[in-house]
Design a protein around this ligand. Structure first.
Ligand code: ACO
Length: 363
C-alpha cells in the first residue's frame, strides 16, 4: 500500500485536460490558455464552452442563448419555497439545486450552470424582503446576475468585473470541491449529484467560505495602521488569516492579481471602493510580513479570496452570499471535471489505514 499524507498532499488522483495549477511559478492554465489571456477578455459563457469542449456531443459554438434559456427554465423552481429566506444562502441555493433531476446531458449541464446564478439572486432578494426578479435571457450571464440580484440594470464596468471574477474562478485543478465532484462522478451518479458534492465542499471556510470572513477581518481592522497589531493578536490566538495560504501555491496566487486588477478597474471607473482597496493593500502587506516572521519555512502568500471579498463587496453582494457567487463560476469547472471523470476515469476508491482497536487474540 502506498501511503500519502493525511491531506493527500502531492498525490495525483486524476489526469485532466482542463486546467493546470503551477504552484512554483504561480501560473494557472485553462485548456492551454493562461488566466491572464482569459480573465477580463473572455465572457463567462465562452469559458464554460471552452471547458466543456469534447464532453458533450451536441455542444453549440456559443452558450449565450442556451444559458439564457436555462436561467428562465430554472427560475420556475424559485417561488415554491417561502422558507428560503430563513436559511444561510448557500444552504438555500443547495436545497433548490437538489430539486434538479440527475442526468448527464447538455440541457442539464446548462440548467446546473444557470441554477447558482438564478437561485443566489433570488435568495438575496428574498432575504432583503424583496420579490425575486425573473431572468432576461437576452442579457449576458454576468449582466443578468447583477440585474436579478438588484432589480435594476448594472453598469458596464460592474458587468465586466463580475465576468472577470466568474472566469477567474471557473476552474482550478483538483481543488477540494472539484475532487469531491469527481469522486461522485466516478460512481456514475450523474451531474446534479456531482455538482451538489462540489458545492458542499466549497462552502467550508478553508475553501470557498473564506471571503465572507475576509470582510469581517477588514471591518474589525478598520484602518491601515491598525492592521499589524490586529493580525498579530489573531495569530497569537491561533487563528488562521483568511485570504492567505494555499496547498499548492508557494508564490502569490495568480488569481489574486487578476481580481485585484478587476477591483482597481471598477474603483477607477465607478469612483467607488478605493478606500477599501487601500485598506486591503495595507492588510495584505502586514499579513505577508507577519506570516513570514511567524511561519518562516512555509511561504504563505495571498490567495484568491482576499480580492474576491473586495470585488464582490464592491458589486453589492452580501458577504453571506459570497460562496454562492463563487459557485456561479466554479460550476462550469465541476461539470467539465465530472464529465471527464465519468467518461474516462475509474471509480475513485482509495484505502485507509486502520489504526483503531482490534479484537483480543485468545490467550
Ligand atoms: N494563517 C495562519 N497560518 C496559516 C495559514 C493562514 N491563512 N495557512 C496556513 N497556515 C499555517 C498552519 O497553521 C500551519 O502551521 P504549523 O505548521 O505551524 O501548524 C502551516 O501554515 C501549514 O498549514 P497547512 O494546514 O498544512 O496548510 P494547508 O495546505 O492544509 O492549508 C489552507 C491551505 C487551508 C488554504 C490554509 O492556508 C488556510 O487555512 N488558509 C486560510 C483560509 C483561506 O484563505 N481559504 C481559501 C483558500 S483558496 C480556495 O480554496 C479557493
Amino acid at each position: 500500500m502506498i501511503e500519502g499524507a493525511d491531506g493527500l498532499d502531492g498525490v495525483v488522483a486524476a489526469r485532466t485536460v482542463l486546467s493546470e495549477v503551477d504552484g512554483e511559478a504561480g501560473r494557472l492554465l485553462i485548456r492551454g490558455r493562461t488566466l491572464d489571456d482569459l480573465a477580463g477578455s473572455w465572457p463567462f459563457e465562452a469559458v464554460a464552452g471552452l471547458l466543456w469542449g469534447g464532453f458533450f456531443p451536441d455542444l453549440p459554438e456559443r452558450l449565450d442563448q442556451p444559458l439564457g434559456m436555462a436561467r428562465q427554465a430554472v427560475f420556475a423552481q424559485v417561488a415554491a419555497d417561502p422558507d428560503l429566506a430563513k436559511r444561510p444562502p448557500v444552504e438555500a441555493v443547495r436545497a433548490l439545486m437538489a430539486r434538479l433531476p440527475d442526468g448527464d446531458d447538455l440541457s442539464l449541464a446548462l440548467r446546473l450552470t444557470a441554477a447558482p446564478a438564478v437561485f443566489t439572486s433570488a435568495v438575496i432578494r428574498l432575504q432583503a424582503g424583496a420579490h425575486p426578479v425573473a431572468p432576461d435571457p437576452a442579457l449576458s450571464h454576468a449582466a443578468d446576475v447583477l440585474r436579478m440580484a438588484r432589480g435594476a440594470a448594472a453598469e458596464p464596468a460592474e458587468i465586466a468585473a463580475l465576468d472577470a471574477y466568474l472566469v477567474t474562478v471557473a476552474d482550478h485543478g483538483l481543488n477540494a470541491s472539484t475532487f469531491a465532484a469527481r469522486v461522485v462522478a466516478s460512481t456514475q451518479a450523474g451531474l446534479t449529484s456531482a455538482v451538489l458534492a462540489g458545492l458542499s465542499a466549497l462552502k467550508g471556510p478553508l475553501h470557498g467560505g473564506a471571503p465572507g470572513p475576509v470582510i469581517d477581518m477588514l471591518d474589525a481592522i478598520g484602518a491601515p495602521d491598525l492592521a499589524r497589531p490586529w493580525l498579530e493578536r489573531a495569530l497569537d490566538r491561533g487563528d488562521r488569516l483568511m485570504g492567505f495560504g494555499h496547498r499548492i501555491y508557494r508564490v502569490r496566487d495568480p488569481r489574486a492579481d487578476a481580481l485585484k486588477r478587476a477591483v482597481g478597474d471598477l474603483a477607477g471607473r465607478s469612483g467607488s471602493s478605493s478606500g477599501r482597496l487601500a485598506l486591503a493593500e495595507a492588510v495584505e502587506a502586514a499579513a505577508l510580513a507577519v506570516l513570514g516572521e511567524r511561519k518562516p519555512g512555509r511561504s504563505l502568500q495571498t490567495n484568491v479570496e482576499l480580492y474576491t471579498a473586495l470585488l464582490l463587496e464592491a458589486l453589492g453582494f452580501p458577504p453571506e452570499a459570497f460562496t454562492c457567487v463563487f459557485a456561479m463560476g466554479r460550476v462550469a469547472g465541476w461539470i467539465a471535471h465530472a464529465r471527464e471523470q465519468s467518461a474516462g476515469g475509474r471509480l475513485l476508491r482509495p484505502q485507509s489505514r486502520y489504526v483503531g482497536p482490534r479484537p483480543l487474540e485468545p490467550a
